[in-house]
Design a protein around this ligand. Structure first.
Ligand SMILES: C[S@@+](CC[C@H](N)C(=O)[O-])C[C@H]1O[C@@H](n2cnc3c(N)ncnc32)[C@H](O)[C@@H]1O
Length: 238
C-alpha cells in the first residue's frame, strides 16, 4: 500500500523513536476509512515514546492522551514540545492499561499499535478494564504483531533465534484473537483481519541500530518472517 501520511515520519531522527516494526505505517493502514470524528479525544494506549501519538494528533486532528507504562512521560512531553504540538492537544500519561485512572466514558476512541498483545490477552480485559473509559458508540482500533498460525507447541527454530517461548507467547493468530474479542459483551466486533503491512514495516525496524532491532534480525534474516503477520482488530462499544 502507499503510506502517504507516514512518509514524512521516515526520517532517521523520528524512526529512532519506534520500538518495533514501523508503528506509523501500521497505524496508517489501521485507520483507513476510520470512523473517529476529527477533534475526538483518543487514548493512544501503549504509546511508547510517543511517535504514534504525534502522528494521531498531527495527521488526524485528534486530542491524544499518550498512555504508556514503560516510557517516561516527561521525555515524551519534551518530544511533543519539539514537534510543535500544543499541550492541550497531546498529553503524556504514565498509565497501566490494566488499571486506567481516567474518568468513566472519557474517550471517544482508543487506538493501540504494537502493544495490545502485552495486556489484552485476558478475555475479561475489554469488558472490565478498557470499555468503562470509552463513550458508548466509541471505537477501539488495534494493530498487533501476530502469527499466521499459532505454533506454540512446536516453535520453529528460526523464531527461537531472536525470541524466547515466553516472548513468543505475546504473538497469536487470528483465530486466537477472534475468540478473545468475541467473548466481549460490551462491544460489537467489527473486524479481525490480517494486515497488508508486513515486510515494509519490518524492514524499517530492522535497519535501526538499537539492541532490540539488532536482536530481531537473527530470526528475520533466517526466514522467521514467514510465520509472522500483523493483525488489526476494530470494535465498537455498544
Ligand atoms: C513494542 S512497544 C510499542 C510502543 C509504541 N506503540 C510503538 O509502536 O512505538 C510496547 C509498548 O507497550 C507498552 N505496555 C506494555 N504493557 C503495558 C501496560 N500494561 N499498560 C500500558 N502500556 C503497556 C510498553 O510501555 C511499550 O511502550
Amino acid at each position: 500500500m502507499k503510506y502517504t501520511k507516514s512518509e514524512k515520519y521516515n526520517t532517521p531522527t523520528l524512526q529512532k523513536k519506534i520500538m518495533g516494526p514501523n508503528p506509523i505505517k501500521l497505524e496508517e493502514e489501521l485507520l483507513i476509512n476510520h470512523k473517529i470524528p476529527e477533534g475526538a479525544v483518543v487514548c493512544d494506549l501503549g504509546s511508547g515514546q510517543g511517535l504514534t501519538s504525534v502522528f494521531l494528533a498531527k495527521e488526524y486532528g485528534f486530542t491524544v492522551y499518550a498512555a504508556d507504562l514503560w516510557s517516561n512521560p516527561e521525555d515524551n512531553r519534551r518530544f511533543f514540545d519539539d514537534m510543535g504540538l500544543d499541550k492541550n492537544q497531546i498529553i503524556p500519561v504514565k498509565a497501566d492499561a490494566t488499571d486506567l485512572q481516567f474518568d468513566k466514558g472519557f474517550f471517544d476512541a482508543v487506538i493501540s499499535t504494537d502493544s495490545y498483545n502485552y495486556f489484552g490477552r485476558d478475555e475479561h480485559y475489554l469488558d472490565d478494564k478498557l470499555l468503562p473509559f470509552l463513550k458508548n458508540g466509541g471505537y477501539i482500533y488495534i494493530a498487533i504483531p501476530g502469527m499466521k498460525k499459532d505454533c506454540h507447541d512446536k516453535l520453529p527454530p528460526e523464531l527461537l533465534l531472536s525470541w524466547t517461548p515466553e516472548q513468543l507467547d505475546y504473538m497469536h493468530d487470528i483465530d486466537y484473537w477472534t475468540e478473545i474479542v468475541n467473548k466481549c459483551k460490551g462491544a460489537e466486533v467489527i473486524s479481525v483481519k490480517e494486515m497488508e503491512s508486513n515486510e515494509e514495516v519490518w524492514s524499517d525496524w530492522l535497519m535501526q541500530d538499537n539492541e532490540y532491532a539488532v536482536g530481531d534480525r537473527k530470526a528475520m534474516e533466517s526466514g522467521g518472517g514467514k510465520y509472522l503477520n500483523f493483525i488489526s482488530m476494530i470494535l465498537r462499544k455498544k
